[in-house]
Design a protein around this ligand. Sequence first.
Ligand code: ADP
Ligand code: MG
Length: 272
Amino acid sequence: MVLLKLNKVGKSFGSGEAQTVALDGIDLELKQGGFLAVVGPSGCGKSTLLQIAAGLVRADRGSVTLSGESVVSPPPHVVYVFQQYTKSLFPWRTVLANVEFALEGRSGIGRAERRDRSRNLLELVDLQSFAGHYPWQLSGGMQQRVAIARALAADARLLLMDEPFSALDALTRLDLQNLLLDLWADRALSILFVTHDVDEAIYLADWVAVLTHRPARVHEIIDVGLARPRDPITTRPISIGAGISERFTRPLSTASWMPNKRSARTIAPGAT
Ligand SMILES: Nc1ncnc2c1ncn2[C@@H]1O[C@H](COP(=O)(O)OP(=O)(O)O)[C@@H](O)[C@H]1O
Ligand SMILES: [Mg+2]
């Protein structure tokens, strides 16, 4: 079943000579329980695409639907996880109080239950002993764990993640990627994950949508087709073999670009 659908989405900023066309005719589908990565070069329009999917920004053209309903404002159970984790947590609140925030104002959840649930979620992301710390006392990876715990407290069903691990060192990133994969499987989440890192996309996702340079169009959609659990050592050569990164280093020729042409290919060895 299709959960999130972007249909011919277009978006421009500014006007006249100062106009920037960010997105041009983006068609994407995320299945219920699916993991779709969107990769594209810096500045191509990935964050804009995600903000439109989240109902934070309106598209100029096309439509966005969630479970068949038009998205015109941020829908419930959809949580956006930002790239800049230093800006996404409240610095004046402790780690526990940041997670509790997602439960405040929810009817039927009292103070004690809010606290209990938040503590359980902190345990899930392995931060139980940091409940009383403030965000600025934590490393970047720990702050993103808090953001993930808070998303779960908000009863997220769909996570929209904007390069959430790109500022982390390699080992911390791998930890967080594995945490995310576990939560995705255990909690039947659906995830739309934006990244400029092709290896990361292929390690994590079922499907990878490759965007062109700005204005972003969907160049192709790749069915990763690799069994899980995956191993980053073996998925990396596959991502190199897919030849996606090369395309980021030289702009796709517009002459060779066929509007609305979409290919689907599978890159897993032996997959059909
Ligand atoms: N609010 C805005 N006003 C004007 N231009 C914007 C705005 N948001 C994004 N842009 C422009 O749209 C293009 C795509 O930006 P963005 O979606 O942030 O790219 P990415 O996330 O792929 O790096 C960039 O040229 C950027 O400068
Ligand atoms: Mg961005």
